[in-house]
Design a protein around this ligand. Structure first.
Ligand SMILES: *Cc1c(COP(=O)(O)O)cnc(C)c1O
Length: 427
């Protein structure tokens, strides 16, 4: 196959013939992972923070996209694994992650999960009181061992009495509440065991606008509480994820850059911990910002039809493949056409294979209409897509990787037998 890369660069150069060839092997719809972009994101983010505050770690949020190949790439770059379930924890182990570089978060951890993570000396952030009982039990059973844990905090981040949380929730349901005194109780419970040390505080909030200002207040609050409650044992401040990555122009949003976030967050850290020799590790847990722009979805045009004055472009893909949350923004889209011809500009919609009326991959686009046999490439589909499985009505498409001038397969196209796994289903 001829090269689809610009000379010596990991940059897409799709053409119709390449896509046609790929279709024979991988079907007419599949994802493509661009590892060059992934490395770029990691390095830019890491540099923005580390150049301002040296003691810095990225914990990649697995749930955003736990494609094993991608998780492994990030691990190789130096990222820790931020996991929120035993499934994700086991995946991190499976790809060879050092257990000490796994951050185990999430609201639901079983006793076995907690015991395993403590046994492995992973970083565990406790989310509720019931988890504290498990940790104490483990500590009682292992008196000779020093046990370290972090605590996820829940505190008020509202601005002038207005919630800044996603979907307008008044309070977040995660973490241990500072305001009602639960944090006090949690800490004294943990301190009942002499071999438990609380080494870090964690604060992750999903906010509506992901503003720099909210990170300023969150980081300050975490630092102040850390100094107040765990000054002697403090090793890390974990500010969670939720920052913006590089957004497509079509979103028309003037998002803060990695440098904007880093400037504010690191200033707080440097101010709160002026002693060079006693600086806690700063942990950031990016999901969307790390992976949204590293995957594209290729889908072939099967039919173009008009219904009254509407033009529908039907593709071999679904909105579920590219935005399972069905948000309203049209993703950036490229049309790769086989035939050179002049086409008229039209308003048109791109719709998918499912039987749902709302299966619009793109709504009300304007421009040259794609034609039967063309390929559409939707960009920015790396976050919260493949993790919402299984897709509806059809098997999962494959995932290809652009890596060092070759194309690898990170996930094969699913078959009937894999979808209806006979070890799971009775027929
Ligand atoms: C989901 C999640 C993240 C990542 O959030 P993004 O908005 O994708 O950056 C980080 N930390 C925790 C605890 C999470 O649940």
């Amino acid at each position: 196959m001829k090269s689809i890369f610009k000379e010596n660069k990991n940059v897409f150069l799709w053409d119709y013939q390449t896509l046609h060839q790929l279709e024979e092997k991988h079907g007419s719809s599949y994802y493509v992972l661009d590892t060059g972009k992934l490395k770029d994101n990691y390095r830019k983010m890491n540099h923005a923070f580390q150049s301002r505050y040296e003691n810095f770690i990225i914990g990649y949020s697995y749930k955003t996209n736990y494609l094993p190949y991608l998780c492994k790439e990030l691990s190789k770059l130096g990222a820790y694994a931020e996991v929120v379930s035993r499934l994700e924890y086991d995946l991190a182990i499976r790809i060879g992650e050092n257990p000490k570089k796994i951050i185990f978060n999430g609201p639901l951890k079983s006793k076995e999960d907690i015991f395993l993570a403590l046994e492995n000396a992973s970083i565990v952030n406790l989310d509720s009181m019931y988890e504290i009982e498990y940790v104490r039990e483990y500590a009682q059973n292992h008196r000779h061992k020093d046990i370290s844990v972090g605590v996820r905090l829940n505190f008020d981040l509202s601005e002038n009495g207005m919630s800044i949380l996603q979907d307008g929730y008044e309070v977040s349901r995660f973490g241990i509440c500072v305001e009602n005194g639960d944090l006090n109780i949690a800490i004294s419970e943990l301190k009942r065991e002499k071999n438990i040390r609380i080494i870090g505080l964690h604060g992750h909030f999903s906010t509506r606008n992901r503003t720099v200002e909210s990170y300023l207040r969150k980081t300050e609050r975490l630092c102040h509480l850390a100094k107040e409650y765990i000054n002697e044992t403090l090793e890390f401040i974990d500010i969670g994820g939720g920052i913006y990555g590089e957004l497509p122009n079509s979103f028309q949003l003037d998002a803060p850059s990695f440098d904007d976030y880093a400037e504010v967050i690191c200033s707080v850290m440097n101010k709160e911990f002026p002693d060079q020799n006693h600086r806690p590790i700063l942990i950031l847990e990016p999901g969307v910002a790390m992976v949204a722009n590293v995957m594209s979805f290729v889908s072939k045009v099967i039919e173009v039809k008009s219904i009254k004055h509407h033009q529908f472009v039907l593709v071999d893909g679904s909105v579920h493949n590219i935005k399972p949350t069905m948000h309203r923004n049209n993703l950036p889209m490229k049309v790769i056409t086989g035939k050179e011809r002049k086409r008229d500009d039209h308003h048109y919609h791109v719709v998918g294979y499912t039987c749902m009326e709302k299966d619009y991959l793109a709504y009300n686009l304007f421009g040259e209409m794609p034609d039967k046999g063309d390929y559409l490439i939707f960009e920015n589909v790396g976050a919260y897509t493949i993790v919402f499985n299984p897709p509806f009505i059809k098997e999962r498409p494959g995932i290809l990787v652009l890596e060092k001038n070759e194309i690898l397969v990170a996930r094969e196209k699913e078959t009937f037998k894999q979808f209806f796994n006979e070890e799971l289903y009775s027929f």
